[in-house]
Design a protein around this ligand. Structure first.
Ligand code: WT7
Length: 652
């Protein structure tokens, strides 16, 4: 089951599913959009920007001074007004914005009028706490409505938010607060995880204690957990926000006003603060949510299962859907709490029509068995989405048959934190889909698959995925590090001016695009990006570890699993037993977060290195995936791999 897609097994995939006539006839976007966008890309995006309410129209659609883009130059808007107020002004105040479902079973229904009141109150509270346009606000919250409300309150004030995933460690939060120089942190007392309250503020306190920029910590009460408290600095959300006026006038900001910073792993240990701005980002998230999910305001019930701490939560739980007046489900918890049918129960309860999730979860559902979804009425579903990693054909077919009952187009959406919005995906009413392929670029988007020498590979060929034209939601930089921005994305194909995505891809003979995973030292574990160096530095920060090398090995459920090879120090080396290994796994979890916990740690005496001292991860991957070890001729000491293999046999 669920083999990682490779050139060879994808090459044999020939099934193709055309949209039904009925679906095609009512689809939001028709085939002509591709040609229209190709004929005049800027006019096409200007047309999409007109989905939004601008207080001042732009003078120019695009100002492209590679690698710096400005979209809708001179235009002004307020992102929160676009996501909330204008829908109320248009008479949709009573429409539900969020059906929120708490993990323990508590629920909240939030209409657009409710959301407007809550966002205004939060914006007034933030203003009282000194937050101004241009400031940065850190947010570490569970999946509760206050997460979206906080983000929108920042947007309303022109302050950039930096949301940090709830599962990240105090150290990770600290690094992000420092890098962005955030003055306010919004967090909660605790979070529900698998039926139990887990502490949150205790951790965020540790981070704040080591930073100097945070003036206040605003704490949402969620789990009623006892929390440590610093008088003067810490404030309860219900004390500060609830008493505010629910009126707040939204000021307009420049189209390029920073909207948020979101950190993502790169090939070095230090995460990159990806910067997104307002007008272009909202235009592309709104358009793609409309086009890819065939969303009908007031009719569709939409559910994106991501966490708000990742870009998918930013673009497709908050900004795109709200700009389009969506009615969304927001779910707080894990998919098997209290039982493995929780997602299907929620779909049945709210009549979800659009469901957007990740391959790792689909493979988990496969493992739990199709009998579970069979117990629920899933007939409300119309479109199924996938994001985060390549979806293997088996999982794709299972999704189509067991969840979509053969009637729902599957949209496999390729994009990144950096792209801000979906770039490659079928259009559900137009594009025939193939199990495992993201098919083609969306209207208005341009990509190429090229060789090392920047030559287009053409049908049937494989190479590097590049984006050869700017797009509205593109990152505007790495916060505070222009050099790294240029080097990471724009240096590889500098001459051509291509954006290097870091993914391998191929075209099939029909020209459909198949994504093949990262080509750099970034792993993809359950759709989360983690760099090998990040885990290596966490390992070597443990007193028993002398050296570490980390690889992503293919994993039937999580896509890739983290496998670490460590050399232990002197005394510790004699005790490479289970307990020592458990201590190391826990250490990585504490340093980065549970998502980075290695699946497996192997104690070795040597690591395979080239003559210039570079670790040959390829060979370690062979070991981790139980394959015959490949070509070792470039190793400084070619006997190392024999030593590793022999050592592993001994210990097993
Ligand atoms: C990396 C971006 C986009 C939101 C979630 C992850 C991989 C993402 C797909 C897909 C194949 C995919 C790529 C990409 N990826 N979607 N549909 N098919 N690969 O965002 O953390 O920025 O990671 O995820 O490798 O570069 P992210």
């Amino acid at each position: 089951m669920a083999a990682e897609p490779t050139l060879s097994n994808l090459a044999t995939e020939s099934r193709s599913f055309a949209p039904s006539e009925a679906f095609a006839a009512q689809a939001n976007v028709k085939a002509e959009a591709y040609d229209r966008a190709a004929a005049d890309r800027e006019a096409f995006w200007a047309e999409q920007a007109d989905r939004l309410h601008w207080t001042k129209r732009w003078d120019r659609v695009l100002d492209w001074d590679a690698p710096f883009a400005k979209w809708f130059v001179g235009g002004e808007l307020n992102v929160a007004y676009n996501c909330v107020d204008r829908h109320v002004a248009d008479g949709y105040g009573e429409q539900v914005a969020f059906h929120w479902e708490g993990e323990p079973g508590d629920t909240r229904t939030i209409t657009y009028a409710d959301l407007q009141r809550e966002v205004c109150k939060a914006a007034n509270a933030l203003t009282e706490l000194g937050v101004q346009a241009g400031d940065r606000v850190a947010i570490q919250l569970p999946m509760i409505p206050e997460a979206a409300i906080s983000m929108l309150a920042c947007a309303r004030l022109g302050a950039a938010h930096s949301v940090v995933f709830g599962g990240f460690s105090p150290g990770a939060l600290k690094a992000r607060i420092e890098d962005a120089d955030a003055k306010l942190l919004i967090t909660s007392d605790g979070q529900f995880r698998r039926g139990k309250p887990a502490p949150m503020k205790e951790n965020t306190d540790k981070a704040v204690a080591e930073t100097s920029s945070i003036e206040h910590v605003l704490v949402v009460k969620r789990t009623e957990t006892e929390v440590p408290w610093t008088e003067g600095r810490d404030l309860w959300w219900h004390d500060v926000v609830d008493k505010q006026s629910d009126q707040h006038e939204a000021r307009s900001f420049d189209a390029e006003q920073p909207l948020f910073i979101l950190y993502t792993s790169g090939t070095t240990g230090k995460p990159k603060g990806i910067l997104h701005t307002s007008g272009g980002f909202l235009t592309q998230t709104a358009y793609t949510h409309h086009a890819v999910f065939d969303h009908k305001p007031g009719e569709s019930v939409y559910w994106c299962t991501a966490d708000i701490g990742w870009v998918t939560g930013h673009s497709y739980i908050v900004y795109g859907p709200l700009a389009n007046r969506a009615t969304s489900v927001m779910y707080e918890g894990t998919p098997n709490t209290p039982h493995e049918g929780r997602h299907w129960e929620i779909i049945q309860k709210y009549g979800v029509s659009i469901y957007y999730t990740a391959p790792t979860l689909i493979r988990t559902f496969m493992k739990w068995g199709k009998e579970i979804p069979e117990k629920y009425d899933l007939s409300s579903l119309r479109v199924l989405g996938s994001v985060g990693e390549p979806i293997n054909p088996e999982a794709w077919m299972w999704y189509r048959e067991n969840i979509g009952k053969g009637n729902c187009p599957i949209v496999d959406t390729w994009w990144q934190t950096e792209t801000g919005a979906i770039m490659i995906s079928p259009l559900p009413g137009v594009t025939a889909t193939k199990p495992g392929s993201a098919m083609r670029t969306l209207p208005g988007i341009s990509a190429e698959v090229v060789t090392e020498e920047a030559q287009p590979v053409g049908p049937g060929g494989g190479g590097y995925l590049v984006l050869d034209k700017p797009w509205p939601a593109m990152l505007r930089g790495i916060w505070g590090d222009e050099q790294r921005f240029r080097e990471t994305y724009w240096s590889r194909f500098a001459e051509q001016g291509y954006y290097f995505a870091g993914d391998g891809a191929k075209y099939d003979d029909d020209g459909a695009i198949w994504l093949l995973g990262r080509v750099d030292d970034v792993m993809n574990v359950s759709g989360h990006r983690i760099s090998t160096t990040e885990v290596e530095s966490a390992l070597v920060s443990h007193p028993t570890v002398a050296e570490a090398a980390v690889v992503g090995a293919s994993d039937p459920t999580t896509g890739q699993g983290i496998v670490a090879f460590v050399i232990l120090r002197g005394n510790a080396a004699k005790d490479g037993g289970e307990e020592a290994i458990k201590a190391l796994r826990d250490h990585v979890s504490a340093e980065i977060g549970p998502i980075a916990k290695p699946r497996q740690i192997m104690v070795v005496e040597e690591l395979p290195k080239t003559r210039s001292g570079k670790i040959m991860r390829r060979l370690l991957r062979d070991v981790a995936e139980n394959r015959e070890v490949g070509d070792v001729t470039t190793l400084a000491d070619s006997s190392v791999m024999d030593l590793i293999s022999a050592g592993l046999k001994d210990s097993s």
